[in-house]
Design a protein around this ligand. Sequence first.
Ligand code: NAI
Length: 482
Amino acid sequence: MASFDLIVLGGGPAGYTGAIRAAQLGLNTAIIDKGDVLGGTCLNIGCIPSKALLLSSDHLHFARHKAARHGLIFENVSLDLTQMMKRKDSVVRQLTQGLEFLMKKNKITRLFGIGQVVAPGKVILTKKDGSQEELQGKHVVLATGSVPAELPNILIDRQSVVTSDEALSFAQVPSELVVVGAGAIGLELGSVWSRLGAKVTIIEFLPRIAAFFDPDVTQTLQKALEADGIKFLLETTVTSVALSNGKATVEGMNKAKEKLQLGADKVLIAVGRKPYLEGAVTKDLGLKLTDRGRVAVDERYRTNVPELYAIGDIIEGPMLAHKAEDEGVACIERMAGKAGHVNYDAIPNVIYTNPEVAGVGLTEDLARQKGIAVKIGKFPFVVNGRALANDQSQGFVKILADPRTDKLLGAQIIGFGASELLPEAVTVLEFGGSAEDVGKTVHAHPTMSEAVKEAALAVSNQAFSIPPVPQGPRPAAVAPER
Ligand code: NAI
């Protein structure tokens, strides 16, 4: 029987990062994944392929709708979707091959098949050919990820009614695409197919899109996406999807109880994801789940089963690749007696639309709900020189700080490259720095990052490029506890 210090079940961002950290710390490590390649959802059917398509489709959109104002005349611009998909697939291939190399380099045993924990420290590996092998692990980590959530009464046939798995590889541009759910997946993939020529309608049951950001941010995003041709139906619930001759009819109801009926050739269900544990543990093991159906863990990622740990999408918290990666590292470091740590108050969240939306820490909405007083500094890109030169002047930076200490509490950015501008705020938040720390740091000119500096200065009415708008501390709904 093969025996290891550590067996990791699942080769996504949580699993492969944990396995590499374990190998670095000298643990004899094995990683099991049922797929032919490592990388999990993020690399294969999530973050990476969607970013490849977002860029390609944005180029097409630029050529068709924006290039002329730069004096660039593209005639007969057309789409070769097969080539676009090929490029996306080659990006994915390069990264997944890179991961196999990393496993070899770190002397991690790569095992193919389905791993099942049958007893503490005991894993049965079932290979593709049906043969089984028993493995022994001093520690076992579950990192089996998540799959798209479904809606009751709506059959996902993976042809007409699809999840993000399929919507990353349509062979043709749908003429009409209905997206259910205006979260990260719905907005990103809705953007891709809208730019490629589909008529896209996004249905969302909440009163606003991307509801985890503040309303001023989401309203700006909605307007920008509407200007690019996406239609939104808010406060609307989808009740059924009927299929006939490869065409779908989506039925729903809005807040005013008015019925709606929409025809579509593809319907993308993007209403969240659910933890995936199928076959990973036996019932007899008695693995404890939380009320929300995630694996229950303590602060060291230990489950109720001895020496069995869980990380990533299967435990509580946002289902984000970077959260999963950091849990992989922290879990292994704590297992090895080191001080691994994830700061759950400083996990960035990004939607890679155009404009991008990125946020970290406290939002104004959350501050109001929790009765926390905040001071807010906002700065628009429309007066930022680089943004204007870049023809990317939509959006703004919003910084939230403690009115008493000026400690930075949160940041949201909507604008071109927001994902790359946010980390400055994440770092300052992590280090417990102040808005003034950002405002008094030299930022290269001309860069869009100057808008981050100016928003930080605007917290104390010191912004340079716009007349300061006096804001003062915003009244909290409840007096802050201090
Ligand atoms: P989500 O939870 O972000 O958004 C789902 C949306 O669907 C919500 O706004 C919800 O109100 C709405 N919804 C739910 N049921 C509905 C119904 N019956 N009718 C209409 N609307 C309904 O989930 P999403 O976008 O599917 O993403 C899944 C996970 O993957 C999330 O945790 C997300 O953070 C992560 N992800 C992150 C990305 C990123 O960081 N850029 C990209 C893609 C996914």
